[in-house]
Ligand binder design. Structure first.
Ligand code: NAI
Ligand code: MG
Length: 495
């Protein structure tokens, strides 16, 4: 019996059946206090703004309600933050590593203690399901501080034969898809290596970074070691262009990454960039198909597809294409889209109206180019808020926009291949190179293919798994430099 005959998909009517089953609502009940208005965190206290930037609202994308006002950082605000960081640098850099570690451990523990509050705040400010902020973002943020606290007194072993010195004042600009986690990725290694920081969170998700600033004050971190300046791209640009900054670390769009690279060129500032992706997820016919379908879902529908390493191009071996597509339809129909504070929710709100418009433009472009849109999820959506049902395209040509450009939403492009050679060629046919997934039962195939994929991370029979000990970063237009692990320390030390 051929493999195909053995596993020929049964036509189940699950897609409609599943949407009839209703769970009772399971709302998160933790209440979080939010001040009506926040300043910047500079020199150990909340101040300002100065320089006339004023304030703007951070909105809950699930309700479209403003949560509070935050400051729009001006050049004067950024200058004050950079000065505070500069003033704090000699004492912080001069502390023995084991003393710096104590502060970083304290931050990690305090994140754990305030985990539920941080998770709720992350969810209401950014729209991601509470299940993810509670089980992924916040625990991983704490883990990053724990992990890097451990390195603070062992840098001599990390860079044996050298005397590692801090780089200086680090300007760190982060996006809205993993707000607290990205703050942890940036701050923890910088602090462990004796640097001081000016962090600029994204304009739609500043609230957990401001809580983290509060935690830094609570644990007695010396004033000026961590500064948080809120605001939009203009504030980010002011950080990039400030002459008192020694290193820029940026995570965000390739477009802004290129601008930053141009601005920093010739200034002597160090730069690391973690940019976009269009990562391939490759399913071979010998894979465990049910497991792979879970991996596809995890790869593209996790966090509304707001993931730089999302498995947004699916390559399925031709012999199992029908089976995978049918199982994906069934699984997708069961995903629960809606209130991010409901513990049953799988897919929350799209982070902003702009991002929703971007995703819709891509979906329209996919249809216009002739790909077939599958939108089988019929889960009722709330009346207000920014929502996007999970979907996927079949009949996608490599030249289609949905196969080439980063959509950053819950939209998957499904394509097929015949041979491993073809899978590798097509997977690598992209200007990006952040991540990839490979699903197969064969160990030898795993290693051969992983070796030949041009991607910073290759997941084998899993997807979107993160660990502070494992370096993350891209090839080609996905950026350069690594974050996490021993390799991630390298950009925060001078040897
Ligand atoms: P963005 O790149 O504009 O925003 C990221 C951060 O950069 C934010 O903190 C923003 O305030 C700051 N920024 C913006 N312009 C800047 C400038 N000229 N100089 C310095 N900092 C600046 O990303 P945006 O507009 O929110 O999203 C657009 C697209 O970017 C998304 O659709 C997605 O494809 C991609 N993206 C990728 C991310 C990743 O993790 N690789 C994260 C966020 C977005
Ligand atoms: Mg918000």
């Amino acid at each position: 019996m051929t493999r195909q005959a053995a596993s020929a998909p049964r036509r189940l009517d699950f897609a409609t059946e599943l949407t009839r089953w209703e769970y009772a609502a399971a709302p998160e009940t933790t209440k979080v206090e939010i001040a009506p208005r926040y300043g910047h965190f500079i020199g150990g206290e909340f101040v300002g703004p100065i320089g006339g930037g004023g304030h703007f609202a951070s909105v809950n994308p699930a309700t479209e309600q403003p949560l509070c006002e935050v400051a729009q950082g001006s050049e004067a605000d950024v200058d004050a933050a950079v000065r505070a960081a500069r003033d704090a640098l000699p004492a912080w850099a001069g502390l023995p590593g084991k003393e710096r570690a104590k502060y970083i451990y304290r931050i990690a523990r305090r994140i754990q203690e305030r985990a539920r509050e941080l998770a709720v705040l992350e969810t209401i400010d950014g729209g991601k399901p509470i299940r993810e902020s509670r089980d992924v973002d916040i625990p991983l943020a704490a883990a990053h501080f724990f992990y890097h606290a451990g390195w603070a007194d062992k840098l001599g072993f990390a860079f044996a034969g050298h005397e590692p010195k801090p780089v200086g004042v680090c300007g760190q600009i982060i996006p809205w898809n993993f707000p607290l986690l990205m703050a942890a990725w940036k701050l923890a290694p910088a602090l462990a290596c004796g640097n001081t920081c000016v962090l600029k969170p994204a304009e739609t998700t500043p609230l957990t970074a401001l809580r983290l600033a509060e935690i830094c004050a609570e644990v007695g971190l010396p004033p000026g070691v961590v500064n948080v300046v809120t605001g939009d791209g203009r504030t980010g640009a002011a950080v990039v262009n400030h002459p008192g900054v020694d290193k820029i670390a940026f995570t965000g769009s390739t477009e802004v990454g290129k601008k930053i690279a141009a601005a920093v060129a010739g200034t002597g500032k160090r730069l690391t960039l973690e940019l976009g992706g269009k990562s391939p997820n490759i399913i071979f016919e010998d894979a465990s198909i049910d497991q792979a379908v879970e991996g596809i879902v995890e790869g593209i529908y996790f966090n509304q597809g707001h993931v730089c390493c999302a498995g947004s191009r699916l390559f399925v071996q031709e012999s199992v294409l029908d089976e995978v597509v049918e199982k994906l339809r069934i699984r997708m129909a069961s995903l629960r889209v809606g209130d991010p504070l409901d513990k049953n929710t799988d897919i929350g709100a799209i982070n902003s109206m702009q991002q929703l418009a971007t995703i819709r433009r891509y979906v329209e472009a996919g249809v216009a180019e002739g790909a077939r849109l599958h939108e089988v999820n019929g889960h009722p959506l709330p009346d207000r808020g920014y929502w996007c049902r999970p979907s996927f395209f079949t009949g996608v040509q490599p030249s289609h926009v949905v196969a080439r450009e980063e959509i950053f939403g819950p939209v998957l492009a499904v394509m097929s291949f015949r041979t491993p050679e073809e899978a590798i060629t097509r997977a690598n046919n992209t200007p990006y190179g952040l991540a990839a997934g490979v699903w197969t039962d064969k160990g030898s195939k795993i290693f051969e293919i992983a070796r030949r994929l041009k991607a910073g991370v290759v997941w084998l029979n899993t997807y979107n798994k993160f660990d502070p000990a494992s370096p993350f970063g891209g090839f080609k237009e996905s950026g350069f430099g690594r974050e996490g692990g021993l390799q991630g320390l390298r950009s925060y030390v001078q040897l």
